[in-house]
Design a protein. Structure first.
Length: 262
């Protein structure tokens, strides 16, 4: 999806039902921002019995689009579309489910038609889907910028940026295979590094992480630092490549790569 849109993706792995509240919050935020949301059903090995390729109408190992999310009080519902435009979910809150009242059908435009579009509750969603990808492309003029960079194994990349107050998103899009890396975001307490830093975010990621890493903040106006370090286990001659993205208010050209902060 990043290749198609030119915008970064954030992949969210769905482990179990306990992740539902956090997942729902991210889906609502993505919908409010107009982002593209795709998801994938759990894959099972093919068998000669074609019936085994489906679970309650869902194709195994198949991609779907998330069209809408809606909290109706008694349930948190997710509207999906099979890109084949047929074969739909057959469980609770499907087109033919008795859970729908005439009022809710009208409110959410639910029709009994095999068009590939269907609703399901969040609890069933996390049982049958294993990953959600949120692509930050949308049809608005939200300012954003990106910078391409590379570093040798065991080294670090430093970027400074002067930001306006507001909601900002920092995203790393990796290129190639990284065994481990760390991302840190901090705010300058004064005009230079000697005045100290206030760390807002810091996390290390192991080898099986998704290709994109994202963090979102409501930030005050000021000067900020983004630090990226790569694994030290590889040869120093290996080059790691990545793109660093920033979405939010302000100038589109804000990143400045640093080599002499410390």
């Amino acid at each position: 999806m990043s290749v198609l849109t030119g915008s970064a993706c954030n992949d969210i792995d769905i482990d179990d039902i306990e992740n539902a509240p956090d997942l729902w919050q991210k889906l609502e935020e993505a919908q409010n921002r107009g982002y593209i949301i795709t998801t994938y059903t759990v894959f099972k090995k093919h068998t000669e019995d074609k019936v085994d390729d489906f679970v309650e109408g869902l194709r195994k190992g198949h991609a779907y689009t998330v069209l809408q999310v809606a909290d109706i009080g008694q349930a948190k519902l997710i509207k999906l579309r099979n890109p084949w435009a047929f074969w739909e979910w057959e469980g609770d809150w499907s087109d033919t489910s008795e859970k729908w009242t005439p009022e809710l059908r009208e409110q959410l435009s639910v029709v009994k038609e095999d068009d590939g579009c269907f609703w399901m509750c969040c609890e069933d969603f996390v049982k049958h889907f294993y990953r959600v990808s949120i692509n930050s492309y949308h049809d608005s003029d939200e300012p954003h910028t990106s910078i391409a960079a590379s570093q040798k194994s065991g080294s670090q990349s430093l970027f400074t940026c002067d930001l306006e107050a507001g909601r900002h998103s920092f995203i790393i899009t990796k290129k190639g295979f990284w065994r481990k890396y760390t991302m840190l975001v901090a705010k300058f307490k004064g005009g230079s590094i000697e005045d100290g830093l206030e760390v807002l975010y810091g996390q290390s990621f192991e080898k099986n992480v998704s290709e994109e890493t994202r963090c979102d903040f409501d930030l005050e106006a000021g000067k900020y630092l983004v630090l990226i370090t790569s694994d030290i286990n590889y040869s120093v001659h290996y080059e790691f490549e990545f793109d660093l993205w920033r979405y939010g208010p302000g100038s589109e050209n804000i990143f400045h790569e640093q080599t002499d902060l410390w």
